[in-house]
Design a binder for this molecule. Structure first.
Ligand code: 3PY
Length: 340
């Protein structure tokens, strides 16, 4: 759909884009009228949307400025939440996040409306943090730090750090984040193998070797997860799959918590099958499994791998670019479901 000049497009926003550069916001204000509602629970936001549609609609787009830390989330972004917008002609939805497991994309596609994510800006930060977490797990930094804080000097009888140069990294999911992690870790001398639904074109592999899922399990010393959460990947790592991995495997997860069965991971950490785990995401956020907190062999982040002082500015910009592209061409920049 292309917006014609005789239309005065209205855009509904959830929270203000308070970190985006003011000139980009001003530019968009010349292209559309904005109405905003505030973040709350799913049902409260559903009510606010229905009211806004009735009083100020119809809207052509709905964009959302919330980050991973501000609760309550209004998710899922489903028919109950956005139905009144869809039914009155809203054609584009966008929120921050490379992941979009909180969006009912099937519903949006069935209604011929776009969902646009922000794949680029989170990827840079998450890949940096993942590289740090892989190194931390290889070196057992949490155990070392706990010893130092407890006044215990270095004890070489404990398992020594693993050498990145002698280790193979298995990446599951070779999208924007997986590719950056592959490049980062090759700089530290790791051999990188990857599994993805489809093999990448050779010029995008950049030294990583495409292998089967089974090969990832049996050849990797470290496995880093970068796949989306969906029906196929929920509990991809379960008890039976952990058992097929090398003894002493290291698991790093900055994708989505539910890709791992957390009970099975805790069991595998306790038995030593998994030597260490470095995690940013959890099955039941914001709760962290008590077994992961109790384990000496975990490095834990509170879904903050993406967070740094420039992130919100850049993510808000990426959402605004989706909107700008939609207002100019009828199609957002980063569509997840190409309904055109
Ligand atoms: O971008 C995302 O999907 C995130 O979860 C950021 O950590």
């Amino acid at each position: 759909m292309t917006l014609t000049s005789d239309m005065e497009p209205k855009v509904l926003i959830l929270n203000a884009p308070d970190k985006a550069p003011s000139d980009s916001v001003a530019r968009l204000k010349e292209m559309a009228e904005f109405y905003s509602i505030e973040q709350a629970s799913h049902d409260a936001v559903a009510g606010r949307i229905a009211e806004a549609v009735k009083e100020k609609g119809p809207f052509v787009a709905f964009i959302v400025f919330i980050n991973w830390w501000s609760r309550p989330f209004p998710w899922p972004m489903d028919e109950a939440l956005v139905g009144p917008l869809v039914e009155t002609g809203c054609k584009m939805f966008s929120a921050g996040g490379a992941g979009y497991d909180f969006v009912d994309v099937k519903y949006m596609s069935s209604k011929g409306v776009y969902y646009a994510n922000t794949p680029k800006m989170p990827a840079l930060r998450t890949a940096d943090s993942t590289a740090m977490m892989i190194l931390q797990a290889l070196r057992g930094s949490s155990e070392r730090e706990a010893d130092a804080r407890a006044g215990k000097w270095f004890d070489p009888s404990k398992p020594l750090a693993k050498d990145a140069r002698c280790s193979t990294l298995g990446i599951i999911g070779m999208g924007n984040i997986g590719k950056l992690v592959s490049e980062h870790m090759q700089h530290f001398g790791m051999k990188v193998i990857y599994y993805n639904r489809n093999r990448l074109p050779p010029d995008e592999e950049k030294g990583a070797e495409y292998v089967s899922f089974e090969d990832i399990l049996v050849r990797s010393d470290v496995i880093s997860l970068h796949c989306p959460l969906n029906e196929d990947t929920r509990h991809l790592f379960n008890k039976e799959v952990f058992n097929r991995m090398k003894d002493g495997i290291i698991i790093v997860n900055t994708s989505r918590g539910a890709v791992i069965d957390e009970n099975a991971l805790v069991e595998a950490l306790d038995s030593g099958k998994v030597l260490r785990a470095a995690l940013d995401v959890y099955e039941f956020e914001p709760q962290i499994h008590p077994g992961l907190i109790a384990s000496k062999h975990t490095t834990l982040f509170p879904h903050a791998a993406v967070a740094n002082e420039t992130f919100e500015r850049d993510q808000q910009m990426e959402i605004l670019l989706n909107l700008e592209s939609f207002l100019k061409t009828g199609k957002p920049m980063h569509v997840v479901n190409d309904v055109s």
